[in-house]
Design a protein around this ligand. Sequence first.
Ligand SMILES: Cc1cc2nc3c(=O)[nH]c(=O)nc-3n(C[C@H](O)[C@H](O)[C@H](O)COP(=O)(O)OP(=O)(O)OC[C@H]3O[C@@H](n4cnc5c(N)ncnc54)[C@H](O)[C@@H]3O)c2cc1C
Length: 424
Amino acid sequence: MPESAPLHNWAGNIGFSPARFEAPATLDEARAVVAGAGRLRVLGSGHSFNTIAASDDVMLSLAGMEPFAELDILKGTVRAAGWLTYAALSAAVHRAGFALHNMASLPHISVAGSIATGTHGSGDRNGNLGSAVAAVEFIGPDGELRTVRRGEEDFAGSVVHLGALGVVHSVTLDLLSAFEMRQYVYDGLGLDAVLAHFDELTGAAYSTSLFTPWGADPEFQFWVKQRTADQTHPFPPSNRYGAPLADGPRHPVPGVDPQACTVQQGQTGPWHERLPHFKPEFTPSSGDELQSEYLIDRADATAALEALAGIGERIAPVLRICEVRTMAADGLWLSPAYGRDTVGLHFTWIGDHGAVAPVTAVLEAALEPFAPRPHWGKLFSIPMNEVRSRYPRMDDFVQLRARVDPEEKFVNAFSAPIFAAPES
Ligand SMILES: Cc1cc2nc3c(=O)[nH]c(=O)nc-3n(C[C@H](O)[C@H](O)[C@H](O)COP(=O)(O)OP(=O)(O)OC[C@H]3O[C@@H](n4cnc5c(N)ncnc54)[C@H](O)[C@@H]3O)c2cc1C
């Protein structure tokens, strides 16, 4: 194994011990590695919190290959190397006068790895990152290249694929024209206001987030990311439902220096420097942490928040911060937002799995009435057969996977129970 091989994920809670770690320098080398491997998984930027990227046989990193981002100005698309980070891609796209429709909280993650797990940002009308995909180019199990394009039969199953359909060489994404944004934070929004005005709050701007540490009497930070073109008034309201505009920059995690965060307080800037919460040159979030996230039907949002408030004192001691975001429904079979406008209930925990696990069990029990779909790249203990049942097109995906990879080269211990035949 090369000395530079990453032996653990970003959070450090998952160690990787593959039989071989391969880091090819060219596409031809990558194709040969894939063709010759018994079982193989790609490691993207390693930001998942579970074993979704792990393999006990071959792990492959494409990060040493020459990156590319090819614009098609006539179609308004970019064909990007799967291993590019969103930081690199968004800067290149912006320089050319274009924009991505949305970004996750951090730009450090790889394009292919993010899309594979259904990674999302926020915004009532913004689909998750995969909703911008127009085509995916895979290296198949035999090392041959195969492109699946929007409109083709397998497309809706091939975008959010959990790494199980091959090695993504490139992803083609739809672009918007570049736009400018302003970001504001409000402090101290009460739970009653959130419950009474949830739709007004999340609909108040292009992208919004609510952050709370829960506890006995929870208060929320309300982050508002507006496109300047949508701003009808020169100034934002100085107060929303009793919560004043913050008097300085904020970090979502209490006590952490806000210098890691994108610029707030209404200063105009390009979309890719406002949509993520964190700047690419800093450690995102807190660094010493675990994460879980549960995606529920938007119609259940306020009932689920009330359920969380009921266990607020139980979760607060091991919680760094909870974030509530929204996303538009999509038609991607394994997307957590498949078929329903969705609310994401995200939890950044302290980095102590022993202390966190009993609390996530309480949390999952509280959310059970809402049949949440757990984020594929984060920690959860909902049984896989339950998770399966929450995806109406799961059987179609299982058949697609078996057709594309009959020898199960891209199946690993994490994904095998998802693709196993249901127990009768
Ligand atoms: C601090 C932090 C903040 C986060 N914020 C958000 C957020 O705002 N929204 C959100 O939804 N998620 C968020 N996440 C979760 C993160 O977006 C996902 O875990 C995402 O999958 C990470 O991408 P990655 O490139 O690191 O993928 P990895 O973790 O490396 O891999 C994820 C999966 O993709 C597969 N894969 C990777 N590259 C390829 C490829 N080229 N071809 C085929 N398969 C591939 C892997 O095999 C694996 O199955 C956050 C994570 C962290 C650590």
